[in-house]
Design a protein around this ligand. Structure first.
Ligand code: FMN
Length: 183
């Protein structure tokens, strides 16, 4: 089913955006003794040199005005056992960190100890983008737990990666249902 741009409505847009699978991160910091943060699926890598990543935050966010005051922002890539934690990080603000094992860096960055990876970052810039802000972050330090598997967010639900990786020597792409001819 196709839809032209003039027929776009917000429900359709959300559905289309939701077809694109992503990971999820926790973005968190400590401000005036309180841990504050959100779950974000808009995280993406941006630049290697200088090291930059980004995420988008809704302009209506109640958390961002406080969170942006933390000198350091922690990004934790959620692992596949973090589905409940992810909902918690998006839920009532005063309970987001209940029972969560975290480390707090000197600069206030809050990092989940069981994340797939953590990035200690500082805000580089904020770019207006419609009803969101694109927040560019400079990466200061990283840690990884590569033996863990990522939490996948797709069509408003949580998934795991399939173990059936495509064999690079035998990729099974199709065009109109037929195998792509080998060149
Ligand atoms: C899987 C998932 C991904 C999310 N991704 C984003 C995101 O990229 N940007 C955003 O602004 N909010 C995102 N949210 C919503 C926030 O986690 C949070 O619920 C929202 O900011 C409202 O809380 P606040 O008013 O305290 O900011 C996401 C929620 C979930 C469950």
């Amino acid at each position: 089913m196709s839809t032209t741009a003039t027929q776009l409505d917000q429900r359709q847009l959300r559905d289309v955006f939701g077809l694109y699978p992503s990971g999820v991160v926790a973005v968190a910091g400590k401000v005036e003794g309180q841990k504050v943060g959100i779950a974000a699926s808009s995280f993406t890598s941006v630049s290697i040199d200088p090291p930059l990543v980004s995420f988008s935050i809704a302009k209506v966010s109640n958390t961002w005005p406080a969170l942006r005051r933390s000198a350091g922002l922690g990004i934790s890539v959620l692992a596949d056992h973090h589905d409940v934690i992810c909902r918690q990080l998006a839920g009532p603000a005063d309970r987001r960190f209940d029972g969560l094992p975290v480390e707090v860096a000197e600069d206030g960055a809050v990092l989940l100890t069981e994340g797939l990876a953590t990035l200690r970052t500082r805000i580089h810039s904020e770019i207006e983008a419609g009803d969101h802000l694109i927040v560019l972050l400079e990466v200061v330090e990283v840690t990884t737990n590569p033996e863990r598997e990522p939490l996948i967010f797709h069509r408003s639900g949580f998934k795991r990666l399939h173990r059936d990786d495509l064999d690079p020597s035998e990729l099974d792409g199709r065009i109109n249902g037929a195998p792509v001819p080998k060149s």
